[in-house]
Design a protein around this ligand. Structure first.
Ligand code: OAD
Length: 241
Protein backbone atom coordinates (compact mmCIF):
# COMPACT_ATOMS: atom_id res chain seq x y z
CA UNK A 1 0.00 0.00 0.00
CA UNK A 2 1.50 3.32 -1.05
CA UNK A 3 1.19 6.62 0.84
CA UNK A 4 -2.28 8.12 0.75
CA UNK A 5 -3.22 11.15 -1.31
CA UNK A 6 -3.05 14.38 0.75
CA UNK A 7 -6.61 15.27 -0.27
CA UNK A 8 -7.94 12.07 1.33
CA UNK A 9 -5.94 12.68 4.50
CA UNK A 10 -7.26 16.24 4.69
CA UNK A 11 -10.86 14.98 4.41
CA UNK A 12 -10.14 12.66 7.35
CA UNK A 13 -8.41 15.40 9.35
CA UNK A 14 -11.25 17.90 8.94
CA UNK A 15 -14.17 15.52 9.47
CA UNK A 16 -16.42 16.14 12.49
CA UNK A 17 -19.17 13.54 12.19
CA UNK A 18 -17.88 10.16 11.09
CA UNK A 19 -19.67 6.87 10.53
CA UNK A 20 -17.88 3.61 9.75
CA UNK A 21 -19.67 0.56 8.34
CA UNK A 22 -17.72 -2.67 8.70
CA UNK A 23 -18.14 -6.18 7.34
CA UNK A 24 -16.43 -9.53 7.68
CA UNK A 25 -13.26 -8.29 5.93
CA UNK A 26 -12.10 -6.36 8.99
CA UNK A 27 -12.07 -9.54 11.05
CA UNK A 28 -10.40 -11.66 8.36
CA UNK A 29 -6.99 -10.62 9.68
CA UNK A 30 -8.02 -11.93 13.10
CA UNK A 31 -8.55 -15.35 11.52
CA UNK A 32 -12.35 -15.27 11.23
CA UNK A 33 -13.47 -16.56 7.83
CA UNK A 34 -15.52 -14.12 5.73
CA UNK A 35 -19.01 -15.13 4.59
CA UNK A 36 -18.41 -15.29 0.90
CA UNK A 37 -14.70 -16.12 0.88
CA UNK A 38 -13.34 -19.62 0.22
CA UNK A 39 -13.41 -20.56 3.95
CA UNK A 40 -17.02 -19.55 4.47
CA UNK A 41 -18.23 -23.17 4.58
CA UNK A 42 -18.84 -25.59 7.47
CA UNK A 43 -19.01 -29.27 6.48
CA UNK A 44 -20.86 -28.83 3.17
CA UNK A 45 -23.04 -25.98 4.38
CA UNK A 46 -22.83 -22.36 3.35
CA UNK A 47 -23.75 -19.69 5.91
CA UNK A 48 -27.02 -19.07 4.05
CA UNK A 49 -28.02 -22.74 4.52
CA UNK A 50 -27.81 -22.52 8.30
CA UNK A 51 -28.39 -18.90 9.28
CA UNK A 52 -32.15 -18.92 8.79
CA UNK A 53 -35.14 -19.78 10.96
CA UNK A 54 -36.40 -22.61 8.75
CA UNK A 55 -33.13 -24.53 9.09
CA UNK A 56 -33.19 -23.87 12.82
CA UNK A 57 -36.74 -25.23 13.13
CA UNK A 58 -35.80 -28.34 11.13
CA UNK A 59 -32.60 -29.04 13.01
CA UNK A 60 -31.82 -26.73 15.94
CA UNK A 61 -28.96 -28.92 17.14
CA UNK A 62 -27.17 -28.72 13.78
CA UNK A 63 -27.51 -24.93 13.69
CA UNK A 64 -26.37 -24.62 17.32
CA UNK A 65 -23.36 -26.89 16.62
CA UNK A 66 -22.33 -24.49 13.85
CA UNK A 67 -22.74 -21.51 16.17
CA UNK A 68 -20.77 -23.22 18.92
CA UNK A 69 -17.87 -23.73 16.52
CA UNK A 70 -18.10 -20.14 15.34
CA UNK A 71 -18.28 -18.90 18.95
CA UNK A 72 -15.11 -20.83 19.71
CA UNK A 73 -13.34 -19.26 16.69
CA UNK A 74 -14.50 -15.77 17.78
CA UNK A 75 -13.51 -16.37 21.39
CA UNK A 76 -9.96 -17.41 20.39
CA UNK A 77 -9.56 -14.55 17.88
CA UNK A 78 -8.03 -11.25 18.99
CA UNK A 79 -8.98 -7.78 17.75
CA UNK A 80 -6.47 -6.65 15.11
CA UNK A 81 -5.01 -3.18 14.44
CA UNK A 82 -8.03 -2.40 12.22
CA UNK A 83 -10.48 -2.93 15.11
CA UNK A 84 -8.19 -0.93 17.41
CA UNK A 85 -7.93 1.95 14.92
CA UNK A 86 -11.73 2.16 14.74
CA UNK A 87 -12.05 2.11 18.54
CA UNK A 88 -9.54 4.97 18.73
CA UNK A 89 -11.54 7.05 16.25
CA UNK A 90 -14.14 7.62 19.00
CA UNK A 91 -11.66 9.88 20.76
CA UNK A 92 -10.34 11.49 17.56
CA UNK A 93 -13.62 12.80 16.16
CA UNK A 94 -16.28 14.94 17.89
CA UNK A 95 -18.88 12.41 16.74
CA UNK A 96 -18.13 8.87 15.69
CA UNK A 97 -20.44 5.91 15.22
CA UNK A 98 -19.70 2.39 14.10
CA UNK A 99 -22.27 0.22 12.31
CA UNK A 100 -21.02 -3.33 12.02
CA UNK A 101 -22.48 -6.32 10.25
CA UNK A 102 -20.16 -8.56 12.24
CA UNK A 103 -21.43 -10.65 15.14
CA UNK A 104 -17.95 -11.71 16.33
CA UNK A 105 -17.71 -9.26 19.29
CA UNK A 106 -14.24 -8.09 18.19
CA UNK A 107 -15.21 -4.40 17.90
CA UNK A 108 -16.51 -4.23 21.50
CA UNK A 109 -13.44 -6.15 22.68
CA UNK A 110 -11.24 -3.61 20.89
CA UNK A 111 -12.96 -0.86 22.90
CA UNK A 112 -15.65 0.44 20.51
CA UNK A 113 -18.54 1.84 22.54
CA UNK A 114 -20.57 3.88 20.01
CA UNK A 115 -21.58 0.83 18.06
CA UNK A 116 -24.62 -0.70 16.39
CA UNK A 117 -24.29 -4.44 15.89
CA UNK A 118 -26.74 -4.58 13.01
CA UNK A 119 -26.87 -8.37 12.82
CA UNK A 120 -26.56 -9.11 16.56
CA UNK A 121 -23.80 -10.61 18.66
CA UNK A 122 -22.86 -14.28 18.57
CA UNK A 123 -22.43 -14.42 22.36
CA UNK A 124 -26.07 -13.62 23.03
CA UNK A 125 -29.15 -15.79 22.93
CA UNK A 126 -32.90 -15.28 23.13
CA UNK A 127 -36.01 -17.39 23.57
CA UNK A 128 -38.00 -18.44 20.52
CA UNK A 129 -41.25 -17.88 22.49
CA UNK A 130 -40.90 -15.43 25.38
CA UNK A 131 -38.82 -12.27 25.91
CA UNK A 132 -35.96 -14.01 27.74
CA UNK A 133 -32.48 -13.15 26.47
CA UNK A 134 -29.02 -13.55 27.91
CA UNK A 135 -25.31 -13.47 27.25
CA UNK A 136 -23.53 -16.78 26.77
CA UNK A 137 -20.44 -17.43 28.88
CA UNK A 138 -17.57 -19.69 27.87
CA UNK A 139 -19.04 -22.80 29.58
CA UNK A 140 -20.39 -25.44 27.22
CA UNK A 141 -24.13 -26.13 27.35
CA UNK A 142 -26.40 -28.98 26.26
CA UNK A 143 -27.95 -28.58 22.82
CA UNK A 144 -30.38 -27.16 22.13
CA UNK A 145 -30.31 -24.78 25.12
CA UNK A 146 -33.68 -24.35 26.86
CA UNK A 147 -35.30 -21.18 28.15
CA UNK A 148 -35.25 -21.07 31.98
CA UNK A 149 -38.55 -19.12 31.93
CA UNK A 150 -40.79 -21.08 29.58
CA UNK A 151 -38.87 -24.23 28.54
CA UNK A 152 -38.90 -23.33 24.85
CA UNK A 153 -35.78 -23.59 22.72
CA UNK A 154 -33.30 -20.73 22.85
CA UNK A 155 -31.88 -19.43 19.57
CA UNK A 156 -28.80 -17.38 18.72
CA UNK A 157 -29.68 -13.68 19.03
CA UNK A 158 -28.60 -13.03 15.46
CA UNK A 159 -30.47 -11.50 12.55
CA UNK A 160 -30.90 -14.40 10.15
CA UNK A 161 -31.55 -14.39 6.42
CA UNK A 162 -35.15 -13.43 5.73
CA UNK A 163 -35.63 -11.72 9.13
CA UNK A 164 -36.55 -8.08 9.62
CA UNK A 165 -34.28 -5.42 10.99
CA UNK A 166 -35.36 -3.46 14.06
CA UNK A 167 -36.86 -0.26 12.65
CA UNK A 168 -35.80 1.86 15.63
CA UNK A 169 -32.21 0.73 15.22
CA UNK A 170 -32.29 1.48 11.50
CA UNK A 171 -33.82 4.93 12.09
CA UNK A 172 -31.10 5.77 14.56
CA UNK A 173 -28.42 4.71 12.05
CA UNK A 174 -30.08 6.70 9.27
CA UNK A 175 -30.06 9.89 11.38
CA UNK A 176 -26.35 9.51 12.01
CA UNK A 177 -25.60 8.67 8.36
CA UNK A 178 -27.55 11.65 7.04
CA UNK A 179 -25.54 14.07 9.12
CA UNK A 180 -22.15 12.38 8.61
CA UNK A 181 -19.43 14.31 6.79
CA UNK A 182 -17.16 11.26 6.43
CA UNK A 183 -18.24 7.67 5.71
CA UNK A 184 -15.81 4.75 5.93
CA UNK A 185 -16.96 1.45 4.39
CA UNK A 186 -14.61 -1.32 5.40
CA UNK A 187 -14.35 -4.97 4.39
CA UNK A 188 -17.84 -5.61 3.10
CA UNK A 189 -18.81 -7.12 -0.23
CA UNK A 190 -22.05 -5.11 -0.28
CA UNK A 191 -24.21 -8.16 -1.01
CA UNK A 192 -26.78 -7.46 1.70
CA UNK A 193 -29.38 -4.85 0.80
CA UNK A 194 -29.85 -2.98 4.08
CA UNK A 195 -26.18 -2.16 4.85
CA UNK A 196 -25.80 -0.98 1.24
CA UNK A 197 -28.90 1.18 1.61
CA UNK A 198 -27.45 2.65 4.82
CA UNK A 199 -24.17 3.51 3.10
CA UNK A 200 -26.09 5.15 0.27
CA UNK A 201 -27.97 7.35 2.76
CA UNK A 202 -24.69 8.98 3.80
CA UNK A 203 -23.35 9.19 0.24
CA UNK A 204 -26.54 10.84 -1.02
CA UNK A 205 -26.52 13.24 1.91
CA UNK A 206 -23.09 14.47 0.88
CA UNK A 207 -20.65 12.59 3.13
CA UNK A 208 -17.19 12.10 1.69
CA UNK A 209 -17.03 8.33 1.27
CA UNK A 210 -13.99 6.08 1.47
CA UNK A 211 -14.13 2.36 0.85
CA UNK A 212 -11.38 0.08 2.14
CA UNK A 213 -11.37 -3.41 0.70
CA UNK A 214 -8.98 -5.99 -0.76
CA UNK A 215 -11.29 -6.21 -3.77
CA UNK A 216 -13.99 -4.16 -5.39
CA UNK A 217 -17.53 -4.40 -4.00
CA UNK A 218 -21.00 -3.36 -5.11
CA UNK A 219 -20.30 0.02 -3.45
CA UNK A 220 -16.94 0.73 -5.11
CA UNK A 221 -18.44 2.73 -7.97
CA UNK A 222 -20.56 4.84 -5.63
CA UNK A 223 -17.87 6.04 -3.23
CA UNK A 224 -15.52 9.01 -3.64
CA UNK A 225 -12.45 6.84 -3.12
CA UNK A 226 -11.83 3.11 -3.20
CA UNK A 227 -8.66 2.23 -1.30
CA UNK A 228 -7.50 -1.23 -2.21
CA UNK A 229 -5.71 -2.88 0.68
CA UNK A 230 -6.15 -4.68 3.95
CA UNK A 231 -8.38 -3.00 6.52
CA UNK A 232 -5.75 -2.87 9.26
CA UNK A 233 -3.05 -1.46 6.99
CA UNK A 234 -5.19 1.26 5.40
CA UNK A 235 -6.96 2.27 8.63
CA UNK A 236 -3.64 2.88 10.32
CA UNK A 237 -2.62 5.16 7.43
CA UNK A 238 -5.88 7.09 7.82
CA UNK A 239 -5.26 7.79 11.53
CA UNK A 240 -3.98 11.26 10.82
CA UNK A 241 -5.40 13.37 13.64
P1 OAD B 1 -18.52 -10.97 2.82
O1 OAD B 1 -17.89 -12.28 3.12
O2 OAD B 1 -19.64 -10.96 1.85
O3 OAD B 1 -17.43 -9.93 2.27
C1 OAD B 1 -16.20 -9.75 2.91
C2 OAD B 1 -15.49 -8.61 2.21
O4 OAD B 1 -14.28 -8.34 2.89
C3 OAD B 1 -15.11 -8.89 0.75
O5 OAD B 1 -15.49 -7.79 -0.05
C4 OAD B 1 -13.58 -9.02 0.80
O6 OAD B 1 -12.97 -8.55 -0.40
C5 OAD B 1 -13.23 -8.13 1.96
N1 OAD B 1 -11.99 -8.46 2.66
C6 OAD B 1 -11.52 -9.69 2.97
N2 OAD B 1 -10.39 -9.59 3.70
C7 OAD B 1 -10.15 -8.26 3.86
C8 OAD B 1 -9.14 -7.50 4.52
N3 OAD B 1 -8.16 -8.08 5.17
N4 OAD B 1 -9.22 -6.16 4.47
C9 OAD B 1 -10.24 -5.54 3.79
N5 OAD B 1 -11.21 -6.20 3.15
C10 OAD B 1 -11.18 -7.54 3.19
O7 OAD B 1 -18.96 -10.35 4.22
P2 OAD B 1 -19.94 -9.14 4.54
O8 OAD B 1 -19.95 -8.13 3.43
O9 OAD B 1 -19.62 -8.67 5.92
O10 OAD B 1 -25.38 -11.17 7.31
O11 OAD B 1 -21.32 -9.86 4.59
C11 OAD B 1 -22.42 -9.14 5.04
C12 OAD B 1 -23.43 -10.03 5.65
O12 OAD B 1 -23.65 -11.16 4.82
C13 OAD B 1 -23.08 -10.65 6.96
O13 OAD B 1 -23.20 -9.79 8.06
C14 OAD B 1 -24.08 -11.74 7.05
C15 OAD B 1 -24.00 -12.27 5.64
O14 OAD B 1 -25.13 -12.70 5.12
C16 OAD B 1 -26.25 -11.89 8.02
O15 OAD B 1 -25.97 -12.94 8.53
C17 OAD B 1 -27.61 -11.25 8.12
Amino acid sequence: MQALDENILEKCRSAKRVVAITGAGISAESGIPTFRGKDGYWKSYRAEDLANFESFQKNPILVWEWYQIRMEICRKAEPNPGHLAIAKMESLYPEFHLITQNVDNLHPRAGSKNITELHGNIFTTRCTKCTYNSTLGSDSFPLPPICPNCNSILRPNILWFGESYDIKVLDDCIQKLRSADLLLIIGTSGQVTVPVYLAEEAIQSGAYSIEINLDRSTLSKKVNVHLQGSASEVLQLLMVK
